[in-house]
Write a protein that binds this ligand. Structure first.
Ligand code: FHN
Length: 425
C-alpha cells in the first residue's frame, strides 16, 4: 500500500521556488556525463546476422527478441575491464561535474543487485556483482555527483510498458502490478543502498502509461525515502502534475531560452548504447560549440558515452573527451558556475555567458580582422583572451556598441573565449 500520493512532499504541492531549492549545485555544474550501459553492449546493434542502426539499447525491441533469447546476452556480459576510477577520471578531466548512469534501461536489466527481479547484474551475469556501488565510490572520491537514470515505465522484460506492439508473453502484464512489484521496489533500492546523498538526481524516461495517479504514486515512494530528490521532467505524462526540477531537450538545443532549469542530453555518435557499426562520431569542436551554446542559454549539457561490454569507453569517445578537456582547462571558467548571457540568441560570432562581474564571449566565428562587435553599452574594466592572456585586446564603445579589437586571425581553438570584467555595481 502506497503512502498518500498527494501528501505535502509531492511535486504537485510545491511552489516553483521550493522545486528550485537544491538545484544550485546542478545549475553550477553545467556539464555532465551520461552513461548508457547494459547487456545491449554485447550484441552492440547486431542480431541474427543483421545490423540494426539507430539506438543499440533498443535492439531487443527493434529485433523483437523474446526475453528467453535476450537473456543470453547477459551470460556474455562480463565487464572484467570495468574500472570506475578510469571512467570518473575521464569525466573529471573533461571538465564534467556530474554523471548520470542507466541503472535500468527499457530492457529491464538492472546494473545493481535487486530483490525485485533476478534480471540484474548480480544474478544474470558471470560478473555477478554490483556495478553501481564502485562507481558511486569513485565519484565520491573525485567529488563528482552521480545520478541514476531509471526507466520507470518501459520495461520489456519485467512486464512493464512497451512502445508499440508487444512480442513476448512476458509483456502481457498488469502495469500497476509491475509498478508495485518491480519499479517502486527497485527505485527504493536505488535510493537506500548507496548513502543518503545518492543518487543526486533521478533521471526518468519515456513515461508511457504513467498517468497522473501512477506518477504521484512513484513520486510519493521517492519522497518517502528521499524528500526533495532532484528529478527530471519525464516521470509522468502530464507536466503540470509532475514537472520535475528540470526539462530535458534531447539531441537538440532549444531555439528559445526556456524559463525553467534545463539540460540538453546529447550523444557523441548516434546511438546511446555502444553500437559497433556506429562511426558517426561528432567532432570534439562540435561538442564544445554545443556546450557553449547550451551554457549561453542557461542550460546544462549532458554528453553521453556508451561503454563496451568489457567495461571500457570506445576510443573515439575518449579522444573526444580528451579534446573537450583540453579546451575546458583553458576556458572552463566560461562554463562552470555561469548563467545565461545577456543575448537570447546567437550573435554573428557566437555566444555569451555570465558570472557575477564577468562576461564570457565564446567566439566560434572569428570576426573579420579581429574586430568584434558586442551589443552592450557598458565598458568593461578588462578584456582578456583566455587562451592567450598576454595578447593585446582593445575595447571601447563606438556608436552604442562595444567594439573589441582582437588578434586579426583566430588563435586556433574551436571556440575562443574573451573574458570581460565589469566594475562592481
Ligand atoms: O528511448 C530512450 C533512449 O534510449 C535514450 O535513453 C534517451 C535518452 O534521453 N531517452 C529515450 C528516448 O527519449
Amino acid at each position: 500500500v502506497m503512502s498518500n500520493p498527494t501528501g505535502s512532499d509531492s511535486y504537485a504541492n510545491k511552489t516553483n521556488v521550493e522545486r528550485d531549492a537544491g538545484v544550485e549545485w546542478w545549475r553550477d555544474a553545467r556539464f555532465g556525463m551520461f552513461i548508457h550501459w547494459g547487456v545491449y553492449a554485447v550484441p552492440a546493434g547486431e542480431y541474427g546476422g543483421k545490423v540494426f542502426t539507430g539506438a543499440s539499447e533498443w535492439l531487443m525491441h527493434q529485433a523483437k527478441i523474446p526475453a528467453s533469447e535476450y537473456r543470453h546476452f547477459a551470460e556474455a556480459f562480463n565487464p572484467v575491464a570495468y574500472d570506475p576510477e578510469t571512467w570518473v577520471r575521464a569525466a573529471v578531466d573533461a571538465g564534467m561535474k556530474y554523471l548520470v548512469i542507466t541503472a535500468k534501461h527499457h530492457d529491464g536489466f538492472a546494473l545493481f543487485p535487486s530483490k525485485a527481479s533476478t534480471w540484474n547484474v548480480a544474478e544474470a551475469t558471470p560478473y555477478g556483482r554490483d556495478l553501481l556501488g564502485p562507481l558511486v565510490d569513485a565519484c565520491r572520491r573525485a567529488g563528482l555527483r552521480i545520478g541514476f537514470y531509471y526507466s520507470q515505465a518501459q520495461d520489456w522484460f519485467n512486464g512493464g510498458s512497451v512502445f508499440g506492439e508487444k512480442w513476448d508473453p512476458v509483456q502481457e502484464n498488469d502495469f500497476d502490478a509491475y509498478l508495485d512489484r518491480v519499479a517502486i521496489p527497485q527505485i527504493r533500492e536505488l535510493l537506500t543502498t548507496y548513502g543518503p546523498d545518492i543518487p543526486a538526481v533521478l533521471w526518468w524516461d519515456t513515461p508511457s502509461d504513467m498517468t497522473p495517479d501512477r506518477a504521484a504514486r512513484v513520486d510519493a515512494a521517492v519522497q518517502a525515502v528521499a524528500p526533495g530528490m532532484l528529478q527530471n521532467d519525464r516521470l509522468g505524462l502530464i507536466r503540470e502534475q509532475h514537472p520535475g526540477h528540470f526539462d530535458t531537450p534531447e539531441q537538440r538545443i532549444p531555439a528559445n531560452r526556456p524559463g525553467r532549469a534545463w539540460e540538453t542530453c546529447m550523444t557523441t555518435n548516434e546511438s546511446w548504447g555502444f553500437c559497433a557499426s556506429d562511426n558517426a562520431w561528432k567532432p570534439a569542436a562540435l561538442l564544445i560549440r554545443q556546450l557553449c551554446e547550451v551554457v549561453s542559454q542557461g542550460g546544462n549539457y549532458l554528453l553521453n558515452i556508451g561503454p563496451r561490454a568489457d567495461g571500457t569507453f570506445p576510443e573515439p569517445s575518449l579522444a573526444a573527451l580528451r579534446e573537450v578537456g583540453d579546451w575546458m582547462r583553458v576556458n572552463g571558467e566560461a562554463v562552470h558556475g555561469t548563467s545565461a548571457g545577456p543575448f537570447p540568441y546567437r550573435l554573428p560570432w557566437g555566444f555569451a555567458s555570465r558570472r557575477d562581474r564577468m562576461m564570457y564571449l565564446m567566439i566560434d566565428e572569428w570576426p573579420v580582422g579581429g574586430l568584434l562587435e558586442v551589443p552592450l553599452l557598458d565598458l568593461p574594466e578588462t578584456a582578456q583572451l583566455l587562451s592567450d592572456p598576454e595578447a593585446p585586446v582593445g575595447f571601447r564603445i563606438v556608436d552604442n556598441v562595444l567594439r573589441i579589437t582582437l588578434p586579426a586571425s583566430a588563435p586556433g581553438a574551436a571556440v575562443c573565449v574573451v573574458a570581460l570584467r565589469f566594475a562592481a555595481e
